[in-house]
Design a binder for this molecule. Sequence first.
Ligand SMILES: Nc1ncnc2c1ncn2[C@@H]1O[C@H](COP(=O)(O)OP(=O)(O)OP(=O)(O)O)[C@@H](O)[C@H]1O
Length: 365
Amino acid sequence: MAETAADSVISKEKDYAPASTSSTSEEKVVSEIDIQNLTIDDSNKFLDEDSNIKIITSGDTPYRSAFTFEELNLSPPLLKGLYVEMKYQKPSKIQAISLPLILDPPYLDLIAQAHNGSGKTACFTLGMLSRVDPKLKAPQALCCCPTRELAIQNSEVLRKMGKYTGITFECAIGGDFTTETHIKKRSPITAQVVIGTPGTIKRRMTEKTLGLSYLMMLVFDEADHMLAKEGFKDDSLNMMKHIGRVTSHCQVLLFSATFNESVKKFAAKIVKGNHNELFVKKEELSLESVIQYKVDCPDELAKVMVIKDQILEFGERAVFNLLCGDMDEMIMSKIETHFEMKIAKVPDWRNEEDFKAAMRSAGLL
Ligand SMILES: Nc1ncnc2c1ncn2[C@@H]1O[C@H](COP(=O)(O)OP(=O)(O)OP(=O)(O)O)[C@@H](O)[C@H]1O
């Protein structure tokens, strides 16, 4: 989420309410979109005037929305994971639109943009869990994330959602700072879903310890970072090249909250010609289960206080990486003393050595 030092947006989960219920928060602006009435025009491109959801389907994609998870033909163990572990009742709007595009043959590539908190993670996690064959003990789905934190977070969602499916996963993030995410560097990955960061995934591909023969789905989360020149464009292309050499049947899913024009053009180039696209205007498709508040914070200290008092107050287990490259040392130490918390200062948080050193110095590693 793009944030300035002065703004902080807090998302807080509440019990999921069906999409048709009205907003419970004054701050929340949810415009109701009647997906059922969306129609497809001759050119397979349509934009609902009110909703600003733009869906471009390829010629052979019949457009449909799923209003229940049952309509998606998910396996009973997967449905159990959704209802019992995730406590979801029905697909969010982005899920209702994108899941049929992902799960229906001929499994076309998809570029999907929807804002943070709209339920994108569940879209591709469900996609991976649904398409993987639990009997085939080999990597079948790969999810690339720009940061370790995101890879760990996505693995946790997959673990919970897939709890009853028996589908195995591995978090390939390099390093070994937690036992859960430890990678056996030399032994081939046998997990059916692999979620990781570009450096490690690329290394595993080059080492040939990540088999690609059965790969049927490649997901780029935060695809804008994954494809940006100043992000992981080269790594992403390299990974796609590796995969392209082994299989031509790998469905590519690009999910992001933002796509700037050049990344969007590049994304359209790297997916196969016949693909689907889904773009949602920023304010649309809010999940009813997430309330967003915007809090004006005059300075860094105020921001931390908001996090401490407003978020930790809810008693949720949360890990904060304060990416405070510019934060004044004195303010940092004041915050540490005042709140009895450890802050890791990471000069370049994508750099493994910097990250480890900062974690070590904060006593977190
Ligand atoms: N169908 C659903 N019913 C209820 N809650 C849901 C549903 N789908 C997702 N959620 C919950 O809503 C929250 C936001 O979902 P998710 O993380 O998938 O959104 P996102 O678009 O990936 O956000 P971000 O871009 O910030 O990662 C999560 O707590 C998730 O568990």
